[in-house]
Design a protein around this ligand. Sequence first.
Ligand SMILES: NC(=O)c1ccc[n+]([C@@H]2O[C@H](COP(=O)([O-])OP(=O)(O)OC[C@H]3O[C@@H](n4cnc5c(N)ncnc54)[C@H](O)[C@@H]3O)[C@@H](O)[C@H]2O)c1
Ligand SMILES: [Fe+2]
Length: 476
Amino acid sequence: MSIGGYIIHTVGTRYQGWGNTQALVDGVCQTGSTGVIVSDGTIGDFYFHGFFPIYIRVDVLFLVAIIEKFVNRILPCRMGEKKVVHYSLQHQEQGETMQFHMPAKLIFGSGEIQHLSQIISENFKGANPVIITDKGIADAGLLARITDLLPHARVFDTIEANPKSDTINSIAATLRQDKPDLIIGLGGGSPLDAGKALALLVTNVGDIEAYEGREKYVQDPLPFLAIPTTCGTGSEVTWVSVITDVNRKFKMSIKGPKLYPAVSIVDPDLIKSLPRSIIASTGLDALTHAVEAYLSKPATLITDTQAVKAVQLILGSIEGAFEDIQNNDSDRDNLMMGSTIAGFAFGNSDVTAVHCISESIGAIYDVPHGVANSIFLPHVLAYNLPACEKKMADLARQSGIDMDADFNTSEQAQAFIQYIKDLSKRLGIPSFSDLNISRDQFKTIAQACFANNSNGSNPRDLDVNDYRKILENALK
Ligand SMILES: NC(=O)c1ccc[n+]([C@@H]2O[C@H](COP(=O)([O-])OP(=O)(O)OC[C@H]3O[C@@H](n4cnc5c(N)ncnc54)[C@H](O)[C@@H]3O)[C@@H](O)[C@H]2O)c1
Ligand SMILES: [Fe+2]
């Protein structure tokens, strides 16, 4: 893969100041270096030799994204050249620390799934795997492709959309008897999140409801291998599992660093069987992740660079993939890559009020997650405009949407919102009124939104009444 050669060597730990990253790049620029690249604990130690194993491809894209951000000030490098710049963190500004996590290994590429048994034997020696999936994956023929490769794996294919706590608890009871040593999640976000929750429950006591929140597990969960088959949730690279508590009708977030997949195989071939409606809803879910990550309060330079790249990839490919996912190889690859990069971005910053609404509605009405996000993204952006007009205008310019050249910042931001509204229509996303949600429920939904963990990450503060107004506006 020809990616140019850039080496940045940072000395130190995962904790790095925002200002320092800027200073780091500035330092690199001053050296007049023709090669800049990364070597630090957060993204693994590696050097540019003109060839990367495929499993660090996302790291490479991430680097390219960083470099692109500063492209005016960094010269491209010649293949084979290597310049290592040491940057000390002693200049770290007070209070400007951040933490960035990445899962252990990501394998990306069309056809990679064929190497599944080899990947398991290389990464999980002596594994006795269990596959967690759903009926749609079996009907699409994807489960058979996996069981052909792993004939001895036990299969649970009863995961429903917006996976429910009672389903998880009942499968966990069986798995505790079976004692598997590897959980494989095969499917969209629902089976992946179910797989993470089960990996946790097999080694810990009690029901999943007890693990809502951060790092509530006592024992390490089982290793988890994620195989995504939708182009949406990014769950293959996040540390969160979203499970619906059926008693409270509330989507719980169960999270912590031990819930990262140990390995994720992201094979764009697996989304060839997606019906158009799911390409649209999951692709727009991924777009929502990228946009929310960019606008969220905890956003950092690293997540910003990833989020912008993800928005570019997704907007550039979603309509082509929607038209012909079977034959449009590059759009299929780019959409899948965009979805995964968006997962890194929001997984290390956060989502905002759009997800607060979609999770609240999804828990009560079982609305597909991506559909709810697509409906509310433009409405939440409109609410957020006063707080982040400039960043929205950035997205409009960087994603290359059609705008008058003389648009000011405010007009550019508005154009971005309008573009997303129009795109959702072109992709056949239903309107809020099509979901038949009773107005009587708005207060309950608004309260659940306010109670959502991500409410505090929205760039503009919202109370229960603000959520009610957004729901009302979406009906118009
Ligand atoms: N953990 C996270 O980081 C995270 C992030 C966002 C959303 N989520 C959660 O993910 C869930 C939504 O996941 P989703 O949108 O991917 O949908 P999903 O997993 O619920 O799947 C939707 C439907 O698509 C079908 N399907 C999936 N892949 C297919 C394929 N390749 N061919 C044919 N049919 C296929 C499934 O069988 C199912 O019927 C929600 O519960 C949401 O809360 C999790
Ligand atoms: Fe989502």
